[in-house]
Ligand binder design. Structure first.
Ligand SMILES: *Cc1c(COP(=O)(O)O)cnc(C)c1O
Length: 391
């Protein structure tokens, strides 16, 4: 153990428990024992830090990594991570050459993407690996309806030419958070019909994949060859209305030190707009985190916090850099004391509590924690070479 307090001198920080992350990856692998696992690490690993999280996920047995943007995939490869890697959001003009050169799998929902990939592969004298995406009812990415057989025909021709290899067929669910929704099974059936059509025209994909965290946890029939959990590897439930915690452990804990504690009289309006007024003489504390750090502004008067043994909620408006907590008339905290916004401890508020309080989902709470909040990575079965803090 390190005797030096890694939070010394820090105003705010997010502790990232890589042991918990590895535990969650192993738990999810056990849930889908016949499938490989793609750890979804888009959006800076949902705010947890791309590289340490990707390395921990691979150590825990993830055979694949998945990201939305090319830049995220490039960052993984350029850091020396050689794990199979899929990136799925491109536009005309995206750096397909950079992706193919870095051995990154690409997704195509439309023929223009296939031809852009093929052109770059031809130029480099390589075969690009492609996952064809079918829209089975999400109504977002993917080829829809009769666009699917057309996409297959083009893919088949380009594969015959040797410039692409269709290694995957995939889709995404519309109701990630509603395991009983009838569209889940409809989409699954549509998906396997789309796969059958691909096989009929001679394509032989290595991996069929459709399961996000919710389907990985509650829909074994959707596991297929590869599951793609995101939120669950961070220890947060994709289906919070289901009482089961699925043996997941929250990975991120968000803390700050109090910047100021002072007395104010009953009736004094607190923070912008005075939307909170204590009824009695009280102590208030200033927390140096605000909406520029990802604290939702609509956490005003409702965001839960814990200071020592004291549970409270935000008093008044969340500002850009700070908010206030009412410590109560007997409040004994002092400047420098640690405040926990959310974490994993039994008495700590959770990211889900913040989501409930602000009418959103836990995904948004953790992924919006901003760049001003340093991440402190702890644990993990190997030492982190980055050495802890990254501002
Ligand atoms: C974000 C994402 C996932 C992971 O979803 P979770 O609900 O976080 O498990 C899987 N697949 C795709 C295409 C995604 O965009």
């Amino acid at each position: 153990m390190n005797a030096i307090d890694p939070t010394a001198g820090l105003t705010v920080w997010a502790e990232i428990d890589l042991d918990a992350l590895e535990h969650n990856v192993r738990t999810l692998r056990a849930r889908a024992p016949k499938s490989d696992l793609m750890a979804v690490v888009k959006a800076d690993a949902y705010g947890h830090g791309l590289l340490p999280v990707a390395r921990a996920a691979v150590r825990a047995g993830a055979g694949w990594l998945g990201v939305a943007q090319f830049a995220e995939a490039f960052a993984l490869r350029d850091a020396g991570i050689t794990t199979r890697l899929l990136t799925w959001l491109s536009v005309p003009g995206s750096d397909f050459a950079g992706a193919v050169r870095r051995d990154i799998d690409l997704s195509a929902s439309a023929t223009w993407t296939l031809y852009a990939i093929a052109a770059t592969a031809r130029q480099q004298g390589r075969t690009a690996r492609v996952h064809l995406k079918v829209d089975t009812g999400l109504g977002r990415g993917g080829a829809y309806g009769t666009d699917w057989p057309a996409l297959l025909d083009h893919a088949r021709l380009l594969e015959a030419e040797g410039v692409i290899s269709v290694v995957g067929i995939w889709t995404h669910f519309a109701f990630a958070d509603a395991p009983e929704h009838p569209t889940v099974l409809t989409q699954q059936d549509t998906f396997f019909e789309a796969v059958a059509l691909a096989e009929k025209v001679g394509l032989r994909p290595e991996v069929r994949h459709l399961a996000n965290s919710a389907a990985t946890l509650v829909h074994p029939s959707a596991h297929a060859d590869l599951v793609r959990p995101g939120i669950a590897i961070y220890g947060l439930s994709p289906v919070p209305q289901v009482a089961d915690d699925f043996d997941l452990r929250p990975v991120m804990t968000l803390r700050a030190r109090l910047a100021l504690v002072k007395r104010v009289p009953a009736g004094q309006g607190i923070s912008y707009g005075h939307v909170y007024r204590p009824e009695v003489d009280t102590s208030i504390a200033l927390v140096p985190l605000g909406y520029a750090d990802g604290i939702p502004r609509n956490a005003t008067n409702v965001g839960p916090v814990r200071i020592g043994d004291y549970r409270s909620t935000i008093a008044g408006r969340v500002c850009m850099d700070q908010f206030v907590v009412d410590l109560g008339p007997q409040g004994s905290a002092v400047a420098g004391d640690v405040v926990t916004l959310f974490g994993a401890g039994p008495d700590e508020p959770t990211a889900q509590d913040w989501a409930d309080a602000t009418d959103t989902i836990s995904y948004e709470i953790v992924s919006r924690i901003g760049a001003r909040v340093p991440r402190l990575w702890r644990g993990g079965s190997e030492d982190e070479t980055e050495g802890g803090v990254e501002a």
